[in-house]
Design a protein around this ligand. Structure first.
Ligand SMILES: [Zn+2]
Length: 464
């Protein structure tokens, strides 16, 4: 009240009232309330001032206790603390600057930030409080925050890896031109064709391991297997990272392989040697089936071919323009078996230690013709497993000697059901004559009759 230039007590009181209104930013609607609170104080003050004979020293001494008391309107102004905040939020940037000028001059930035953090927390805005705390933790923190926020806004389009792009290219059966159109339409997503080419090249084994002539193309088995293992382990990186050292040293890749020949239409292709021709083709290929670890007799499967009968994972070993004969087939089998015997472990170094992979090759990708050739079964009427012919079929007493070597070819699951059913059907046709070969006209007639009955039964008894 000493600030007031007027000496009169009433004038001083009015000055005080104006000051309080200004400080509490009391809105007009609440002025009456404030004045009422103040009126009691004014009355008391005047009384005490008079009894102290207008002497400041005496006034202070006499009313020591009363002066320590808190005034009621102070509580009223605290209750209304929220109001000025709303008004602040609504005000313009310029007036915000003006309103906070005094505060900014008096208090340091650190204190203000801390105060802001604490009061946000007190008001229940935990996230705001936490972020303020976080970004002021170290001087570089706020920059990092901004970078992250702006990068998440921009980089909503995730770029593919080159192998993912190649997968799209292969799966979509794109041509180079189609891909280039796609690339020019959206360069952010689809990379240029040269990157696809590079990714494609990574899928091939080393150039030096391949031999190409006019009539033959081949890859060394060891090099091909090394390459398959390398690619597979790269793909399985997250799985292999987490296996033990013993498991890493005892990996085994199970592979099926086989060969077959076919005839094809001839092209006007000229060969250096006039005996060469492209009328026949003979191919030898393999399919990786499973990668497993074998430790102390315990087998753990790390990868399994999801489509073993598909050509997807099929890798050619040798393709030749040659007619499929018994000799050619046998030579082909020996060619692979010799290489299999001399196979070395594949060693792959990763960031988490070395991987050692051995191989198990199964010659199960074969047809009857190949099996017959491999087991020296000259007649197709003879069973390549037990060596018996159809004339022994009804003789159940005759002992069956199975050649264990012939079992390695397995039973093709591809045609097993058809073959078994075919066998049952033929048994049914020949049930009355009990002979494999039908020569006499009488037998032929009987068989025809039975075929008719069987076919009729299919329609009446089976077709439901
Ligand atoms: Zn047999």
């Amino acid at each position: 009240m000493q600030e007031c230039p007027d000496k009169k007590i009433d004038a001083k009181m009015s000055f005080l009232e104006r000051k309080i209104i200004e400080l509490t930013k009391c809105p007009d609607s609440d002025l009456a309330k404030l004045k009422h609170t103040l009126s009691r104080f004014k009355y008391d003050y005047k009384q005490k001032w008079t009894s102290a004979n207008y002497k400041q020293e005496r006034f202070l001494k006499n009313n020591e206790e009363w002066l320590k008391e808190t005034l009621k309107f102070a509580i009223w102004s605290k209750e209304k603390a929220g109001r000025p905040t709303i008004e602040f939020a609504e005000s313009s940037d310029r007036s915000k600057r003006r309103k906070t000028k005094g505060l900014r001059e008096k208090v340091s930035a650190e204190e203000l930030t801390y105060a802001a953090q604490m009061s946000q927390r007190a008001e229940g805005n935990k996230d705001v409080s936490k972020i303020i705390k976080n970004i002021t933790l170290t001087p570089t923190r706020a920059t990092k925050f901004r970078k992250v926020i702006s990068s998440t806004k921009q980089n909503k389009i995730k770029k593919h890896t080159p192998s993912e792009d190649l997968a799209i290219f292969v799966e979509g059966d794109f041509s180079r031109r189609q891909w280039e159109i796609l690339h020019s339409a959206n360069k952010n997503i689809y990379p240029c064709y040269s990157l696809i080419q590079k990714a494609k090249k990574d899928c091939y084994p080393d150039e030096q391991s391949m031999t190409v002539t006019e009539t033959c193309v081949e890859v060394k088995l060891q090099d091909l297997l090394n390459h398959i293992s390398l690619r597979l382990c790269k793909y399985l990186e997250p799985v292999i990272e987490n296996i033990s050292k013993e498991e890493k040293a005892s990996l085994r890749l199970i592979i099926k392989w086989g060969c077959d020949g076919s005839q094809q239409s001839q092209y006007k292709q000229k060969f250096e040697s006039f005996t060469d021709t492209d009328a026949n083709i003979f191919q030898n290929s393999l399919v990786p089936l499973r990668l497993q670890s074998e430790t102390n007799g315990q087998i753990r499967i790390l990868w399994q071919n999801p489509v073993p009968s598909s050509s997807r994972f099929c890798r050619p070993i040798r393709i030749r323009f040659i007619h499929e004969t018994v000799d050619v087939t046998n030579e082909e089998i020996r060619y692979i078996e010799t290489q299999t015997r001399n196979l070395n472990k594949t060693e792959i170094s990763t960031t988490n230690g070395m991987l050692f992979i051995t191989y198990k090759l199964l010659p199960t990708m074969v047809d009857g013709k190949v099996c017959n050739a491999a087991t020296n079964t000259s007649s197709t009427m003879r069973c390549y497993i037990c060596g018996l012919t159809s004339k022994n079929f009804n003789n159940l007493k005759k002992g069956v000697e199975v050649n264990p070597e012939s079992l390695k070819f397995g039973l093709s699951i591809l045609h097993a059901r058809i073959r078994f059913f075919e066998s049952l059907l033929h048994l049914s046709y020949k049930l009355t004559i009990m002979k494999w070969q039908i020569r006499s006209a009488e037998d032929k007639k009987i068989i025809e009759e039975r075929k008719k009955i069987s076919k009729k039964h299919f329609v009446t008894k089976w077709a439901y």
